[in-house]
Design a protein around this ligand. Structure first.
Ligand SMILES: N[C@@H](CCC(=O)N[C@@H](CS)C(=O)NCC(=O)O)C(=O)O
Length: 141
């Protein structure tokens, strides 16, 4: 972003104005969409947030089930959102993270991955490091 702004300062005024408009549009697209800003708040609402099919007590897909199992192995406390009860959430989360499938795991508001990535991180021992600081229930914001 900073380098984009720096490049804008080096071009002539007319081009700079139209570039700024494009930049403004880019910044506004996601936050202007109510479902995107809602998801933005959800992912920051807790240290670990999972978008899944079903709920942790009754996952309705094997991939979601596996993510819950992995987080439980790590004794990680997380907030889960069931995308099957809200079609807007189901589609919106894919756009938000630019990731086409469910489940989706966020830590500290950052997209970590789906089932395969979480399993990989678990097997490599990296998940411990990612979750280490997240075992408290403290919300991010
Ligand atoms: N390889 C994926 C598997 C997840 C997956 O394939 N999910 C499918 C079936 S549950 C999905 O979300 N499809 C789109 C949808 O149902 O909206 C991962 O690592 O999470």
């Amino acid at each position: 972003m900073t380098s984009l702004l720096r490049q804008m300062c080096n071009i002539n005024k007319t081009t700079r104005i139209s570039s700024l408009n494009i930049y403004k549009q880019f910044l506004c697209t996601k936050s202007d969409d109510p479902i995107q800003s809602h998801i933005g708040k959800l992912v920051k609402g807790n240290k670990i947030v999972v978008f899944m099919k079903g709920n942790p007590q009754a996952p309705r897909c094997g991939f979601s089930n596996a993510v819950v199992d992995i987080l439980n192995i790590h004794k990680a406390k997380f907030e889960a959102h069931d995308v099957l009860v809200d079609e807007n959430l189901r589609n919106g989360i894919k756009e938000f993270s630019n990731w086409p499938t469910i489940p989706q795991v966020f830590v500290d508001g950052e997209f970590i991955g789906g089932c395969d990535i979480l399993l990989q991180l678990h097997r490599s021992g990296e998940l411990d490091k990612i979750l280490e600081k997240n075992n408290q229930e403290k919300p991010v914001a």
